[in-house]
Design a binder for this molecule. Sequence first.
Ligand SMILES: NC(=O)CC[C@H](N)C(=O)O
Length: 728
Amino acid sequence: MTSFRFEALKAASNRKPVAVPELGKKSEIFGSNVFNDKAMRQHLTSEAYKAVRSAMDYGTKIDRKMADFVALGMKEWAMSKGVTHYTHWFQPLTGTTAEKHDAFFETSFDGADPVEKFSGSLLVQQEPDASSFPNGGIRNTFEARGYTAWDPTSPAFIFGTTLCIPTVFVSYTGEALDNKTPLLRALLSIDEAATEVAKFFDKNVKKVTPTLGWEQEYFLIDDALAASRPDILQTGRTLLGHVSAKGQQLEDHYFGSIPTRVLNYMRDLENECMLLGIPVKTRHNEVAPNQFELAPIFEETNLAVDHNSLLMDVMQKVGERHHFKVLFHEKPFKGVNGSGKHNNWSLATDTGVNLLAPGKTPNSNLQFLTFFINTIKAVSIYEELLRASIASASNDHRLGANEAPPAIISIFIGQQLTKVLEELEGVSTGKLSPEEKTDLKLNVVGKIPDVLLDNTDRNRTSPFAFTGNKFEFRAVGSTANCANAMTTLNAIVAKQLIDFKKEVDALVETGLKKDEAIFNVLREYIKETKNILFEGDGYSKEWEEEAARRGLSNHKTTPSALKAKVSQKSLDLFSELNVMNNTEVEARYEIELEDYIKKIQIEGRVLGDIVRNHIIPTAFKYQNILIKNIKGFKDIFGDGYEEYAGEQLIILKKISMHVNELNAKLHLMMDARKEANVVESLEEKAHAYCDKVKPYYDEIRYHADKLELMVDNEYWVLTKYRELLFTR
Ligand SMILES: NC(=O)CC[C@H](N)C(=O)O
């Protein structure tokens, strides 16, 4: 019998690695499709170049006339590379990127004078017909105007034959409708706050840049096999499928030799990344079969976020050439590791110092401790908001198992720094004696080794881990736009640094020396933030109980986790820092609830379809075979047939039992869905989907997966786990 599954398997097993063109040394091709510094120098007048540079470095405005010059240079550069179209490229609140291409080509009204044109006004601002993007009530459809505005801090790039101009996306009334705008505001806020604090240690610091190095985990599945699974196509994950006998238990995939077909995909992808100026560096097999990872060198956060969003699009496109479907879902397969997007975060000064790296002198170490402890303090105050920033329907499946952190946010700092904090906690109140100062300098602050033992491998269950010279926010999910987590993290640390500066200044006013004031404030912070530090096993029952005693939140599902976004504490934080006003925060909350509801709703519908139209009919077909077989035995052996057909009868009955259960559960699921659909409040509707509808998915899956084990392999229509995970 042929079925889609077998045809797909045949196609997949006949694949050959796709050849990849050699483009030359990475360092030579890097950024050649980016309107970067080199291209700007070549194609812009010196005034125009200076205007863009100053906008990039100091956030100054570019006037229209200058924008015309920039547009001209950009167009020339792009056309010299075969580009025909341009687009404002932005990140609406859909979780993906958006683009609408327009040709440079123009004519006069009668079709005469065809010409290639691109003006400053088109570069700077556009008004896309954007009424279909989520806006959480910010825009009414009759007032659907939205504007995209050029972000000169992220350079334009060429993809295919289109010039892409990174932009923000805001409503007619100026509210942010995208991920980038609040991020840029948060980055500005932390720059200002961190610069003030860094000046305690070095007067020359003028700018602090938050950096981000993301790690992208993903699965690669042959595209024919992916197409044979309606659940993968429509939800990005398998809603059904019995786990295969071999999964990741032999630990033979992680860091293993990369399969040739996959390696060619990676090389092709890296070529594209090089041209686009995405500095990818690391590639390897991840823990689960057919799971891989890619990571770049860290960059300024806004650029890093753009690069990650762009990369996800490029990964899928390059995948098509290699007959791979890239699965970004946090948990595409039951029973094996899911995928994260660990966000490595730090702060760098314009004097070349990483503020989260211990230095060589007591002064630089005190600076490090200041930023290190303030980050801990920020996370301890806003742990719930941080948890909310990584909440999504798909990440709910990942958290709490298989090397992904649990839903409780805590910080891992390692033994060495735990000891340093313990010693600092003993610092005297008020003025310090000369002996104490010397002791602190020599024995505590002076003793932090400049290269801390790499903590990375010992914190697999920590959501937020210090790894020697940066914090690794491991809870971020693989489908996420990093902007959500990065806006929150940078905002909470900015707020904390502002408060810290005020406290230190106040103590200095009372007559303490600056160092003494800093030690005094840090000592109190250490005492206050013990609740957030945790070095143990994040999956244990004991930790859940302990965390509850410590007052830490433990939101296992997205509807309950998201609520912190609209708490008074969160609204105050974002409005005080001018990152988002209340309307913007509330709109995002609404959009994320809606997104959750829709995703769970789609899963329910897909599950219903597969079970009703694929699985149950398959079970009936196999039962007919069994019935024929049993009847045959009866024809031959008469009443004694059961001696020979006993097993068949048992299977026949078991299949009926599972089919009955499936039908019953499907009805219950559909009833629950109907009830959820008429709930008015979004919040309650999300909870109804989460608590009343979704639990049926596992129950349904249980019976479907049992049937998979019973029905003849030849009849089973859904491509199996072993085929999805081990074909490469
Ligand atoms: N080796 C690893 O770091 C595994 C991480 C894991 N895949 C996650 O979900 O975060």
